[in-house]
Ligand binder design. Structure first.
Ligand code: HEC
Length: 161
């Protein structure tokens, strides 16, 4: 979305409506809040086929986009700056089990596996016995945004690799 579009009356109205809904007590905890669009312009486009692991690793621009995307879409459950308050898992720990591996090849295989799990979870959400613990982001969040968020989370790792 270009900056001019953000200022048009329709999005202002949408923003106001969202604010009204929020103050009216729309249930954030149940995940029924519209996902926020993420502006990934400037990041290398990734196409329609999902990558098996983070193509933006070490990409500072992606981490920056991911930081704001995280705060708008994930922080209400997973905590500001990825520090969980306990409602949802602490995503700084996501790659913890890989950090302990000495062998470089095993470590990168471990990280790749976690990436696959991460992307699948974000796309499908977490639903058990009909209860939505986490909403699915497939269709509302493109893979550029999903991987940008992972790049941000990698800057927040509890145990840097
Ligand atoms: C409505 C609250 C909510 C939102 C919003 C939410 N999550 Fe979650 N998420 C959860 C909960 C709760 C779990 C644990 C579910 C379970 O018990 O299986 C979870 C689990 C996860 C997991 C698996 C963690 C693990 O250790 O297995 C990942 C990865 C994840 N979320 C990423 C995200 C990302 C990235 C976003 C934003 C794009 C997001 N979540 C938005 C509530 C949420």
């Amino acid at each position: 979305m270009n900056p001019a579009m953000k200022m048009n009356p329709i999005s202002i109205r949408a923003t106001l409506a969202a604010l009204l809904l929020a103050t009216a007590g729309a249930s954030f905890a149940h995940g029924d809040v519209t996902p926020q669009p993420v502006d990934t312009q400037g990041l290398p486009p990734l196409g329609d086929v999902w990558k098996p692991e983070n193509p933006y690793r070490q990409n500072a621009a992606a981490a920056k986009v991911g930081s704001s995307a995280y705060n708008q879409n994930c922080a209400r459950c997973h905590g500001l700056e990825a520090i969980s308050g306990g409602i949802a898992p602490d995503l700084r720990k996501l790659d913890n089990e890989c950090a302990g591996l000495k062998d470089a090849a095993k470590k990168s295989a471990c990280v790749a596996e976690m990436d696959t799990y991460y992307a699948a979870t974000v796309r499908k959400g977490k639903v058990r016995n009909g209860a939505v613990y986490m909403p699915a982001f497939d269709g509302t969040m493109q893979q550029e945004a999903v991987w940008a968020i992972k790049s941000y989370l990698e800057t927040r790792r509890e145990k840097p690799l």
